[in-house]
Design a protein around this ligand. Structure first.
Ligand code: ADE
Length: 239
């Protein structure tokens, strides 16, 4: 997979993408990540990328030309790839695991990170997706893009050490994950549940499912609206 990140602050990505899972994916050539500073396409002596809004109002807007030219540069470098161009925008569709799964199936992702008050509206004609990290406003799209890159890259085949773990992640199954335990069997008076120690895999699976369901019901009941509950599930959470 190829990922281009269009930003005024490319150095922000050095740390987060240079560690752990994403670093491993880059080293294994599973993903190729580039940053492009669109300041280079800024206008005039000061390479201006923003300007005041027509009609008046507070704040500055990103001008269209630098972002159009950044996309032109990416297209001419990669004429053959079909691109998903993703605009970081607090007014976009909220990012979730399903979107990360969808992105992980693409060949080429382009993240556009804005700053300032907003975008000239014509910039939206460049993009396939407008995505928000959540219902809060960040100082720029960079942190949002980092989160989306991380959540996407870990889903690429051969990135996670244990491929099964992506399928059992909280959110990918539609439920939150069940509790986990490792050694010791007892710590400060807190015991590992007996069911996990007896080697009966049928019972263990049943316990895990019930714990996932209870945890989701208590913490994130909204998630159950999209989950296909069995009669047994319904009985469990109505107790
Ligand atoms: N830029 C500023 N806030 C943002 C958010 N919540 N999501 C994506 N991009 C943003």
């Amino acid at each position: 997979m190829k990922i281009d990140i269009v930003t005024l602050f490319p150095e922000m990505f050095d740390g987060p993408l240079g560690h752990s899972m994403v670093k491993r994916a880059i080293e294994k050539d599973i993903v190729d990540i580039n940053t492009i500073n669109f300041r280079q396409f800024g206008k005039g002596k000061h390479q201006q990328v923003d300007d005041t809004p027509y009609g008046g109002g507070a704040g500055m807007l990103l001008k269209p030309e630098p972002l159009f030219e950044a996309i032109d540069a990416i297209n001419s470098r990669n004429p053959e790839t079909k691109k998903r161009v993703i605009l970081m925008d607090p007014a976009g569709k909220p990012f979730d695991q399903k979107m990360a799964e969808e992105f992980s199936e693409e060949n080429h992702l382009v993240f556009l990170c804005g700053h300032y008050e907003g975008y000239d509206e014509r910039i939206r004609s460049l993009v396939t997706d407008e995505v928000s990290l959540g219902d809060y406003v960040l100082t720029g799209g960079e942190l949002a893009a980092m989160v989306m890159v991380d959540a996407t890259v870990r889903l690429l085949p051969e990135v996670l050490g244990n491929a099964v773990s992506a399928q059992t992640d909280s959110h990918s199954s539609g439920l939150l994950e069940h509790p986990h335990y490792t050694r010791p069997a007892e710590y400060k008076g807190m015991k590992v549940p007996d069911v996990l120690m007896n080697g009966n895999h049928g019972l263990i699976e049943e316990w895990r499912h019930e714990e996932s369901l209870k945890r989701t019901f208590l913490r994130r009941p909204d998630m159950l609206e999209n989950y296909d509950l069995t009669e047994k599930d319904k009985a469990l959470i109505s107790k």
